[in-house]
Design a protein around this ligand. Sequence first.
Ligand code: BES
Ligand code: MN
Ligand code: ZN
Length: 504
Amino acid sequence: MKFNLISNKIAEIDVDTIILSIFMSNETTNGLVHDVDLALNGLISEILSRGDHKGKLREVTEIYTNGQIPADRIILVGLGPEKDFNENSIRHAAGAAALRARQLGSRKMASIIHGIEKSQISANYAVRAATEGTMLSLYSFGKYKSENKIDNIEEISFIKDEDIESKDLISGIEQGKIISNAVQLARDLVNEPPNICTPAFLAEQAMQIDDANTDVNILTESQIENLSMGAFLSVGRGSTRKPRFIVIEYNKKLLGQMQPLVLAGKAITFDTGGYSLKSASGMSTMKADMAGGAAVIGALQAASKLKVPYPVIGLIPATENMVSGTASHPSDIVTASNNKTIEIVNTDAEGRLILADALVYAAKYNPKHVIDLATLTGSAVIALGEGSAAALFAKDTNLADLLLTASESSGERIWRMPLYPEYTDWMKASNVADLRNSTAKRDTGIGTSAAFLQEFTEGFSWAHIDIAPMAFLSGSSVIKRLGPAGATGFGVRLLSHLMIEYAN
Ligand code: BES
Ligand code: MN
Ligand code: ZN
């Protein structure tokens, strides 16, 4: 999809669809909406005064122009109440309008820059959000469908006022495209079926982001063995698809001068639960158990394209949790790379095992912050609700605040949870090892999983985001999302916005 900028002369806008937006106050304060209204002899005013379009967020109404202006149709989209207006309202309005336009067979559309006449949001951020909302909403994963391919919109032009600097808008569009492409990459990886998306496949895909400033290194099983990552390796022992440790280093040349941001992502390419076997329904979405790793790959692609001015490292332990004669038994004891011993009480608590070794590895970079993303627990889904928010755990408030700020601007919701010392006590209560990977108590599931990871974060600032509620959504979730059911690419936008804001 192509993005352009055009000037605001209605008579010259040669597209099939013009997207206009309106707040719930229903005043046509936007100059362009006013101009179109005049050209259509007051048709928009009439629709609004009759209450046929109420300006509710994502509400869409199409209007046919009957040759009065060059565009065939107008799509009027609601921005919601002015008092709630933010960058995420723009994403949703742009997304809803683009979906309707595609449904109507639009190829070329033009859009006003939503809400800037009334809000504090700069034009740059507004077009960035509109670009994200448009691209993310139009996403589809059709590669394995032989019929019913979706025809996508070819071009969108943002209509600008003379007093807005083109260069601000161009950089906003550019950032929006980079972020959205990175989200789509993560979505594609998560949507791939588990017979295709193996640890080796994921490693190959990560190789594709290797560029002048990005080094991608793939460690194989024997190299992982040399690093004594006994916790990580134990998880993949039951699979014929061998593990990979994917190490992505962006701006490596700056590592001597600056402390990097390290991102770690859980990549279980399929989680059967192992001998602590899941039920058939529990397994149904477990191809998405590599969503944390996919988000980190996406974030590293974004870091390079956004030219983030400091080093960023991505660590992705990738493996498959299967059942076989070589798989872990419940009661096995394994030794992580920091020499801590772990009793595997439950083979389905595997994500923390692979992340433990990745977090220990992170320390060698002398990181400024380490953030891990993982579809770690079903209890996070129970705690917050599918599609509602991801669970944030952080040792220090400084890093938590950075993430919460990025959550605001990216629109990806996270909610901070406590790291009580009692959770750690639970995980240390093994009779035979330093730690156990699970407690028998269901009610402590989410806090104890984070407390377990914390044992591997000595000496650095660390946050853990349990993305299980957000990574893969069924169609039934009532919460409005940008894109179809399935993979969301959750975390890429959050991390991209963090990297942009943190640099400023
Ligand atoms: N990958 C799952 C967590 C999960 C569940 C993600 C549902 C998304 C949706 C994880 O490996 C797991 O199985 N966790 C267990 C841990 C328990 C055995 C301590 C869980 O949450 O039940
Ligand atoms: Mn599991
Ligand atoms: Zn898992």
